[in-house]
Design a protein around this ligand. Structure first.
Ligand code: ZN
Ligand code: ZN
Length: 155
């Protein structure tokens, strides 16, 4: 069948809307590469203690995005970046990966509603994250390069 004349076609990706999984350490990552999360969800949630900078590592968000896509379940962020004062106020660890260092934070907590979600999330997250904390109703993931790696803890 002859192609209709008109504007030249742009090359179309095989699966429109599906971009390749962002690579860890990719300096070219932008929020446009993130499909399931917004900067707002990952900024500090304190009330007036900071100016809510968007400080979270995009590598980390890209990995979360991959997990979200793999498990195909809604993922609700409970905590992303925390300013020092907010972290203190909620009893976060002294050297929490949630608190930006050199302007970048490296952790997120996601709500964990039930055992099935925990299983699905951990299965997808373990190959991507080397620091995972398991709370009663949340899961913490981080890629802080200055903290011990290959650890899973309970919190
Ligand atoms: Zn804050
Ligand atoms: Zn956390």
């Amino acid at each position: 069948m002859p192609r209709p004349k008109g504007k030249p076609r742009k090359p179309v990706a095989e699966n429109p809307g599906e971009s390749p999984a962002p690579q860890p350490g990719n300096p070219k990552l932008t929020w446009n590469d993130i499909r399931y999360f917004t900067p707002r969800e990952l900024t500090c949630t304190c009330d007036g203690l900071c100016d809510h900078p968007v400080a979270i590592s995009l590598d980390l968000v890209a990995k979360l995005d991959t997990v979200r896509k793999l498990i195909d379940l809604p993922v609700r962020i409970v905590s992303g970046t925390r300013c020092k004062r907010h972290n203190q106020r909620i009893g976060g660890a002294l050297f929490s990966a949630h608190v930006p260092k050199s302007g970048v934070s490296h952790a997120a907590d996601v709500a964990c509603p039930d055992a099935r979600f925990r299983f699905a999330f951990l299965t997808a997250a373990l190959p991507l994250f080397n620091r995972i904390g398991i709370g009663k109703d949340f899961i913490h993931v981080d890629d802080d390069p200055d903290l011990p790696s290959n650890v899973v803890w309970v919190c």
